[in-house]
Write a protein that binds this ligand. Structure first.
Ligand code: SF4
Ligand code: SF4
Length: 174
């Protein structure tokens, strides 16, 4: 069981340090949400690797979330190492039977953190509301869409497109 109050305190102490949301790294996730949450997310990630739920899926959740980077030609998220918090914490109904309680607890704590930040007047809270990514990082999406268009036109491969989009996300954060 996660210590919710402690996690909220840690979140409120550190959220202002994150300058380039919605993109976030593994280290920043640990800074924001405590080792307990990180451990649970690691467990979910291992379970996913075992079951291959996400690996064998057409990433329906990315489609439902209207993510601009969704394209079935990509093997995985082009900005995987920097994917937003919502992408990291979302696990669909396939995880329900074995890991439902854990998924629910993580999601609960996340929303409690967001509400506490809103109540404290911390504007960063709104930058977690992504995907879609354009509402938090419009400039990045303008450039990423140009790359996606070149991929669709056959001017560059999916691997090249994925690499370029990741570079754009890194530049956006710098
Ligand atoms: S969370 Fe569910 S819908 Fe999303 S990629 Fe994984 S298996 Fe697919
Ligand atoms: S940023 Fe999130 S929603 Fe978009 S493709 Fe990556 S994992 Fe999916």
């Amino acid at each position: 069981m996660v210590d919710k109050d402690k996690t909220i305190r840690q979140y409120l102490e550190n959220v202002r340090q994150l300058k380039r949301l919605p993109f976030i790294t593994d280290d920043e996730m640990r800074l924001l949400f405590s080792e307990e949450i990180a451990g649970m997310m690691e467990e979910l990630s291992h379970y996913d690797l075992e079951t291959r739920f996400c690996g064998d899926c057409q990433k329906r959740c990315c489609l439902v979330a209207k993510c601009e980077l969704y394209d079935t030609r990509f093997q995985m998220c082009p900005i995987y190492e920097l994917r937003p918090v919502v992408c990291r914490m979302h696990y669909c109904h396939l995880f329900q039977a074995e890991k439902g309680a854990m998924v629910e607890e993580i999601s609960d704590v996340f929303f409690a953190c967001l509400m506490a930040a809103e109540a404290a007047g911390i504007p960063h809270a709104r930058l977690f509301d992504s995907p879609p990514i354009a509402r938090c990082a419009p400039g990045f999406i303008v450039e990423a869409e140009k790359v996606l268009q070149r991929m669709k036109n056959g001017e560059i491969t999916t691997e090249e497109a994925s690499g370029l989009i990741l570079t754009q996300a890194r530049v956006y954060r710098s």
